[in-house]
Each structure stands twice: as C-alpha cells, then as structure tokens.
Design a protein around this ligand. Sequence first.
Ligand code: CAA
Length: 712
Amino acid sequence: MPDLVRYEVKDGVAVVTIDNPPVNALSPNVWTEIDQAVQRAVADPAAEATVLIGAGTTFIAGADIKVFDLLKTPQDSIARSAGTHALLRRMEDSTKPLVAAIHGNALGGGLEVAQACHFRVATRDAKVGQPEVLLGIIPGAGGTQRLPRLAGAQMALEMCTDGKPVAAPKALAAGIIDRIVDGDLLSGAIAFAREKARAREIRKVRDIPHAADAVKAGLAACEATRAALKKTAKGMQAPFAAVSAIEAGLKLGFDEGSVRERELFAECVVSTESKALRHLFFAEREVAKVPDVPKDTPAREIKRAAVVGAGTMGGGIAMTYANAGIPVLLKDVDDAALQRGLATIRRNYDVTMSKGKMTAEQVEKTMALITPTTSYDGFDQVDIVVEAVFENMDLKKSTFAELGKVTRPDCILASNSSTLDIDEFAKASGRPAQVVGHHFFSPANVMKLLEIVRGRETSKDVIATSLKLAKKLGKVGVVVGNCFGFVANRMLAYYMREAYLLLEEGASVEQIDRVLTEFGLPVGPFGMQDIAGIDVGARIRQYLASIGKSRAEGPQSAVPDRLFEMGRYGQKTGAGWYKYDAPGSRNRTPDPLIEQLAEDEARKRGIARRPVADDEIIARITTALANEGARVIEDGYATRAGDIDVIYVYGFGFPRHRGGPMFYADTVGLDRVLARVTDYRRRFGDYWAAAPLLERLAAEGRGFYSEAAAPA
Ligand code: CAA
C-alpha cells in the first residue's frame, strides 16, 4: 500500500503531502498519518516549520463521506469526533509554525485541518468552504468554532449554512487565509513558513479571542440567520444545527463550544436528512456510470452546435450552449419566429443581468455566440444538432430526414422530444447510431436535468459524448430508456393522475399544492401545470387517444381537459387551475369554478366526495411514484433506483433532504408502501396493482437500496 501521507524536508521545512486520490479525502488512515507526520516534524531537528499540502489537483475535499455510514448511533459519532478534535488540537499545539498550502479545494474537514494549522496560504484559484450542510451535517472537526474566530460570526454563519465555497481572494479579505501565492505553491508556502519560523510566530486559531462587541453582534447574527432559515430551510435540521454550534462557541467559549459541536454533529449524522443527502451525493456521481458504456469509451469534443426550433425550449437550449461558451446556430422557419425567440432570450438575459449575475458585457458576448438562421447553411460544420420543434411525430420525422442530409455523417442528432419514440426519428434520419434524445426540462437554461434517451441503435460513443457534454453544459445527464415519457414524464403521469383523482374525491387544488410544498417541492402539481401550460398535457393526451394509448394506468380525470376546452391554459392565459391578475401574471387566487368542475366529474363517476387528510395526499402521490419507479427499473428503462432519484430531484425539485422518490419509499419502508398499494387496490380498483419488484423486495424485507435490489 503506498503511503497516504508523505514526509520530506525541503529547505529546512518539513513538507507533509497528502496523497489519497482523487480528492485527498480524509479516510481514518489519512487522519492518523497526518497526525504522525506533523509530530515527526516537531521532533525533526532538520525542520524549522511544517507545510501541509495536497498531491494531485486539490488540497483536501473533506472527510471521507462513506465513513459516516459506519456511525450508527450518536454515541459512535461523539466518540469518533472527540478523537478528531484531540488530533487537531495536537496539530495546533505544534511548536513549529504549521502552514496549510491550499490549491483546488479545501472543503469541510479539509478546511478544518487547515484551520488547525497556524497559517494558510493558497493559490489564487483555490476555494475554501464548509459544505457539510449539503450533506445534512455540520462541520464536525472544529469548523463551527475556529471559523468564526478567523472570519467573524457572520461570515462563518453564511459559509456553514449555505455550504457555498469561497474563492481565495474573498477568503483572504475575510482572514480565512493569510496569503495568496501566485507562483509555485509549494515554494511560496515554504518561503512563508520560513518567514514565520524566523519571526517565531505561531498563531493558534482556537486562542483568537472573540471581543465582547463581536460576541454581541455574532449572537444577533445567529438570531437573524435562524429567522431567515425558517423560510429557506423549512423542514431541515442541519442548517439550524450549524447556527446552534456557532452560537454555543460565542456563548460558551472554544472548549464547551466544541463539545456542543460534537453533540449537534452526532444528531445530524444519524438523521434521515443526512442519509438522504449523502445518498444523493453518490447517486449524482453514479449516474455517469452506464454499465455497458465503459469509462474509456471515446467521447467527442462538441465545439459547435445547432438548435432547430426557436420556441421556449429551443431558445433555452441555445442559451445553455452559449452559456457554456459553445457557438450555436438557432434555426426556425421564418424571420418572425426567430425574432420572437431572440427577444425571449434577450429578456431572459436582462433578468439575469438585473439580478447582478451577469454584466452587460457578458450578456453581449454570450448572445453573440447565438447565430439566428432560417436555413441549414453551416449545419455541415456542427458537431451536434438539437431538434426542438413542435411535439408532432410527422414534423419531427421530416426534420430528422432533413438533418440526416445536411449534417456531417458523424454529427450527433439529438431530439428534445419529451414523449415521442426516438427510434422513429432515428429511422427517418438514415443514421440511427447518431440519434439520441436530449430531453431538457423547462426552463432549459435553468433546470439542471438532462435525460439522455438511448434509442435501439444509439452508439456507445454518442452516449459517452452526451454524458461529457451534459457536464460541460452544467447539467446532470442521466441515461434512460426509450419508453413513453421516458422516466421523468412516465412517472409524472402517475403523480398527476393521483393529484387529479384526489381533487375529484374532495381535496382542493390549494390543499394539494400546499401539502406538496410543505413536503418540500418548490411548487405543487397544479401550480406547476399552470406554469408549464395545461394545453401541453392536453395535446399529448389527444395524441395518445388518437393511437389508443393513455399516459398512466387507471381512470383519467376529465377536469384538465375541461380547462383546456375553456381556453384556460394557465398563467399565460390568466386562468388555469387558479385565476391570475392578468395573462402572464404569477399573482394567483383560488377559483371556485374548479370545485364545481371536480364535483361534476365526481358525480359522473359515482364518487362520493369527502374530506381528504393531508397525510393521504402525500401517501397516495409518493406511493404512486415509487410503484411506477419500481416498474421503470424492472423494465430496464432506468439503470438503478438512484438514477430515478436524481431525475426527480433535478427535474421536478423533489426535496433533496428526502433523497428522491425511491429513497423516500425506503425511509417509509417498502412493506408499508406495499401495504398502501394493496389498500388502494381494494379501495380504488385493479389499476393499483403492485409492481413485482416492490412485492419481491418487501417480501424479502429489503429496500430499493439494499444490496442486490436490482431486478432478478
Ligand atoms: N468523500 C468520499 N469521496 C469523495 C469525496 C469525499 N469527501 N469527495 C469526492 N469524492 C469522490 C466522488 O464520489 C468521486 O468518486 P467517483 O469517481 O468514484 O465517482 C470522486 O471523488 C471525484 O469527485 P467528483 O466527481 O465530485 O469530482 P469533481 O472534480 O467534480 O469535484 C469536489 C470535486 C468539488 C471536491 C467534489 O467532489 C465535492 O464537492 N466533494 C465533497 C466535498 C464535501 O462535501 N466535503 C465535506 C465532507 S464532510 C466533512 O468534511 C465533515 C467534517 O466536518 C469532518
């Protein structure tokens, strides 16, 4: 086994190099070896100071997240943290100046190790952060105690509750680091360490006092942060725990504050919230691994792109490419359509600019990457075309037939269809191996999910290229199979079916939306439809009816079709499931008409309306998602349960702290989920048949994430 931590002496300074690829995570052995190396330096007469540095592309990206799974009880955690705290104290007590040399990232435990050093230097592009809250925990190695002493309580509160990394120049201004090194980091760090050795300067962060007025201001900042979190982090534990730990340090001092940090960390690390967020951390990285597409499958560089269709989706997709610095042709049939599309793009950038997220210059530079066109001129130069024309099979087929002729044979032909069979387009194009679905979510320039739809003949390098491209575009790409609605919309049909049926049974639009937003979704099903457009779903239903299909098993409520017939398409027409102040307004009020429509439908279908409890709404909707998700896995349209969770978190804002619909089902218990399905089948009908995978797992006492939970 190679050493995880190397020791050498250079120019009279001990250099301790952490070498645990890929991100120098602090596995238990790394902790031990850092400790040993720092103590060795203290005893080494050849060294007057010590530099701690990371090998490879980064300093330390934090504790090894997998190790948290071993902490089964708060007591396990407290015992382990006490050891870590003592180790860091030993480092801090080093009698020779100890300097952290940071490049890449110093995150979580990585920044805490750096804070236990006497000084910190960093490259200009380095980042430091306490992202633990994104994993449902708090800094557990003294970060809530040392960071406020270095950077002040306000900055520490921000970093520990939003988890966002801070760039080196800002960290320098805040006092988190002491110097930026512009040349070679190690040489700069050694020179800095020698300066400190000559000056006999050692600074223990734990001894930096909090001035009385700083304590007062800090405690007020804790209160203010807590109040703000009540709105932004409703239902979550970790952000509040981070505030409490910082507050304890301010009130009680370093030692007692550290004890409180350990206790709060321990409560968080065993919480469902943390398990869910850790699950998503790995699930998000796992999606890029497609079993039959090996890691070394060649992925092409996408240097130029084209988008066909300048509507809402096409425009958003063109923006996505331009934002990533990729020049993109944007084609539509005539100038009027193009101008409309460009005006929307301009409006979107203006909003971004007004929020201070882009400068006027950046906007102009980005817009200059989008070239409008009404012809196929230049399509022979692009590496990918994304088709985003109207959702109509004949139109899409003819578009693919044209694209097959006007592009290079190796050009990837992607469709943004949200429902149609991409194998049909593949056939029409004449080169099916290059055809793939790239299903963006609206608004395409904002939503992070990209469903990469694999057709019957899509080549492996097209899949590998799509995954690499998704990352470049700032998206999370998930490979899915080519079934109706793919994964996201196929499951959404079941979610919507239940929402409509609950409405007919007696729940109200406002109740259902409220319950789901309280559960953690950014918007409930009806609010979502009013944004997306009731006409979109209605037209898909019409198309399906024309080919004798339906989106989901079971009864389909007629209420949304009635709204469509009335021209109530949602926000854009000023009325949908809600009434709006004006077309395009977001200011909504409940509309008694919906209750009337629901009553009519219930009467026609012989349903006796009744009060519906909030719990039943959550249970019905999440059970429908889990049951259909199980079918999706069993049918092979998703590689694993984690892919579905990632799709739902990024595509529909399923609350991260619940881990996604499949992880959530595991937390409910699959035996209970199955019992609900059985109960619904008895009450509502056979369309509530249990997915065989759900039945099997429940019978075996397992969950979607138990070992070997894949279909037999
Ligand atoms: N523990 C274990 N594995 C980790 C890890 C960690 N802290 N950080 C990254 N990895 C793994 C990833 O799972 C991935 O593995 P695979 O290649 O097998 O999929 C590999 O390292 C590379 O990671 P990324 O794909 O994410 O690489 P990137 O270059 O896109 O991003 C990064 C690098 C910014 C460091 C990112 O990995 C990241 O944000 N890591 C987590 C940072 C974090 O949350 N740290 C806090 C940990 S908790 C803590 O430290 C508590 C404490 O107080 C002691």
